[in-house]
Design a protein around this ligand. Structure first.
Ligand code: SF4
Length: 740
């Protein structure tokens, strides 16, 4: 029986009492877990894990299982709003789009196209047409000022990939299911399910490493949920990953210098050796807290996997990315995987192509690879986007190109970017602020126009992450399960219509606009709210050799070919000479000085405290709190965790309220004591800060302050190579607040 025949044995829609269970998938994070949705009278009333799903096989987390509460929330924005006499009044789409188009054209005429910017939140990463049409609108307006949440997430990884492999999306991913050793750095997949890699059922898969006789290490300042579930916890001082990774690379090069087949695919090994040579494990240990013995234990396991014929991999996420040296640290991590022979190796790190070869496509077209720097601070573009950490300064600093208008798409920069107060000041000085979102969030409250978008149950989607960022990729076409609520429209529709009202072609190209119009007219769906998305996705599927009818026979997902080791080196590396550059010139040049400064800074620290963030099981960035199940579960849980010895030194006991202060701001919250965090570290979850939101009546129940208020923004405060916000490893002062 063929795979198609087996799959078609499943019922696409299974009758259930009180409705039908329809297969779909979650679009909250990269895992894209399979779900079944109970649909009653066109409404999603319940979700359950899809036991027949090709990838997640009956797994879904508490957040995903409550996603329908976001869709059905009584706080949903259902009608376009326009600020009239100081109030956000309901208006028709036609009135909103006409008035908005006029304002955009007036600003463009007076201040130039560059004065109009867009900020893209995280959800477009799960909605292919959203990003395409937003970029199309911006290009149509003639503006290249696009900011994204990537600088609070993973832009450092794109910056490294561009330098080492020749394209930002050429991302080698951990082949966890075949690895003999996995070292996790600043990542807690038990809760976050990893980032920039689709890894459903993460703990089960990590336990599989141990079951094969391998080892797992969890390098983190906190004994995380992952560290409690699997492997060995290796405490590390916040912000010092760049140092222990320099020692790690040094020891690999000393013990096992690359040779033979591996060596011939690498460029810059000698330069890399020169960079790390001075950073012995003995020298970095006082700063990192990782003793030379501990480092050697990890090295033994990492290199020992190869001796047993297995691959090994280092994998990192936001703890490393946002710690102040994200690009340098991720370069060293990637270099370790390369020089140890684990790049393009089974059980090491392997690079997927995706349904269509996105890295090559981007390399050929230049998409995502534009050169340029921010007007303020001179930070480089990454994936054609500017760092959000200079957004406020770009609004507040006079001169040519000063931002006058901002279009926020599925984002809440006030809560997710650093330094809320400074950003609020910038936003309030804009001539035009637009928000396209499910809710009137804190940023939208300041806006002149707030436009209602559809939830993911109201549109068609492909699992972009599972297709392009998975070692075992799969594809599934999720159909709309519910009609759009109220006047909500897909972002793709909104941006196309806005371009039409502005009178400028998408992407600045009449031919492209015409083709997109044809695409829209060529479908037989009524209206336009889902037309573009589905048509575009059918095009992508067909280009990738998966016909929509074939996919229709796989309602629980269709497995694509597993990423093969040996498919990258000498074949798909996109640097000029086809070699992996393990010592990119600008990084190698800067590294010795940065490493030396970091060594001094972290070795000589006194009894001060450093802040690290975390995600809670029932939270998801700043936007999911309008699901009642998530807000309720979070009440009272935004607490700061600190080590009992640090608390005692400050006269604090569990349950006290504390004021946490940086040079940017103060926040107040309760504390709990736990030895799960290292001494010298305090841990505060992110995603809170809705207490004063006027229009988020459910999210207001998730009590707690916005930790990102404490972070600095502006020139000189961001990481140099990708403009990453420094949201972790920040120095803080903590003091007890009087009771009451
Ligand atoms: S792990 Fe991610 S994709 Fe899976 S259910 Fe949870 S939020 Fe959704």
């Amino acid at each position: 029986m063929s795979e198609d025949e087996r799959a078609s044995g499943h019922q696409g829609r299974a009758k259930a009492s009180g409705g039908e269970w329809t297969p779909t998938f979650c679009r909250l994070c990269e895992a894209c877990c399979g779900l079944e949705a109970r649909v009653v009278n066109g409404e999603v009333t319940a979700l359950r894990p899809d036991a027949a799903h090709v990838a997640s096989r009956g797994y879904a987390c508490a957040k995903g299982l409550r996603a329908h509460e976001l869709h059905a929330s009584s706080d949903r924005l259902l009608t376009p709003r326009m600020r009239i006499a100081g109030r956000l009044e309901e208006v028709s789409w036609e009135r909103a789009l006409s008035a908005l188009a006029q304002r955009l054209l007036a600003i463009r005429a007076k201040h130039g196209a560059r004065s109009i910017a867009a900020y893209i939140g995280n959800p477009p990463a799960f909605n292919l047409p959203h990003g395409v049409f937003l970029h199309g609108l911006m290009r149509g307006l003639g503006s290249t000022s696009v900011y994204s949440a990537g600088s609070q997430d993973c832009n450092n990884k794109f910056a490294v990939a561009q330098r080492m492999y020749g394209a930002p999306t050429l991302q080698p991913l951990p082949d966890v299911d075949r690895a003999g050793c996995v070292i996790l750095v600043g990542t807690n997949p038990a809760v976050s399910h990893a980032s920039l890699v689709s890894l459903p059922r993460p703990i089960e898969r990590l336990r599989g490493v141990e079951a094969r006789g391998g080892q797992v290490f969890v390098v983190d300042p906190r004994r995380t949920e992952t560290a409690r579930a699997v492997g060995e916890h290796v405490p590390v001082s916040p912000g010092t990953d760049v140092l222990w990774l320099a020692s790690f690379v040094r020891e690999i090069l000393r013990r096992r210098p690359p040779s033979g087949r591996i060596r011939k695919h690498l460029r810059g090994v000698d330069e890399l050796r020169e960079v790390v040579e001075d950073f012995s494990p003995e020298r970095t240990a006082p700063a990192t807290g990782i003793s030379p013995e501990r480092l050697n234990t990890m090295l033994d396991a990492y290199l020992g996997a190869g001796d047993r014929g297995q691959g090994a991999c280092l994998y990192a996420s936001t703890g490393l990315n946002l710690g102040g040296h994200g690009t340098l640290a991720y370069w060293l991590l990637s270099a370790a995987n390369a020089v140890s022979g684990n790049l393009d190796r089974e059980g090491g790190v392997v690079a997927p192509k995706g349904l269509v070869d996105l890295p090559r496509l981007m390399h050929r077209s230049g998409l995502g690879m534009r050169q340029g720097r921010s007007r303020v601070g001179g930070y480089p573009l990454v994936m054609d986007t500017l760092p959000a950490g200079v957004l406020a300064d770009e609004m507040l600093t006079p001169g040519e190109g000063q931002l006058r208008a901002l279009l926020v798409s599925a984002g809440n920069p006030l809560l997710s970017c650093p330094h809320e107060a400074r950003l609020r000041e910038g936003l309030s000085q804009l001539s035009l602020l637009v928000s396209v979102d499910l809710f009137i969030n804190e940023t939208a409250e300041l806006a002149d126009f707030v436009l209602p978008a559809t939830s993911f149950f109201e549109r068609a989607d492909l699992p972009v992450a599972a297709m392009g960022f998975a070692v075992k990729p799969w594809v599934q076409l999720a159909k709309p399960l519910s009609p759009a609520r109220g006047e909500a429209r897909e972002e793709a529709w909104i941006y196309r219509e806005l371009a039409r009202h502005v009178g400028l072609p998408l992407f600045g190209s009449r031919a492209t606009s015409f083709a997109l119009d044809l695409l829209a007219r060529g479908t037989d769906l009524p209206g336009v709210s889902t037309t573009f998305g589905e048509a575009l996705m059918h095009g992508v599927l067909t280009a990738g050799g998966v016909t929509p009818p074939r996919l229709g026979r796989h309602p629980h997902g269709l497995r694509l070919d597993r990423v093969r080791a040996g498919d990258l080196l000498g074949k798909r590396i996109l640097t000029g000479d086809g070699l992996v550059d393990v010592a990119p010139a600008d990084l190698a040049r800067a590294a010795p000085r940065v490493l030396t400064l970091a060594l001094t800074e972290y070795t000589t620290r006194d009894e001060g405290l450093r802040l690290v963030g975390r995600r809670l099981k029932l939270s998801h960035n700043s936007w999911a709190h309008s699901a009642p199940g998530l807000a309720r579960g979070r009440q009272g849980r935004c607490v700061m965790t600190m080590h009992p010895v640090d608390a005692e030194a400050r006269g604090l006991v569990s349950g006290d309220h504390a004021r946490v202060t940086t040079s940017s701001a103060s926040i107040e919250l309760p504390i709990v004591l736990s030895d799960e965090v290292m001494r010298g570290v305090v841990v505060i979850p992110h995603g809170f800060g809705h207490e004063e939101a006027t229009h988020l009546t459910t999210a207001r129940g998730a009590l707690g302050p916005n930790v990102n208020r404490l972070a600095a923004s502006g020139p000189g405060t961001l990481e140099a190579f990708a403009g990453m916000s420094r949201l972790t490893a920040t120095e803080v002062q903590v003091e007890r607040l009087p009771p009451g």
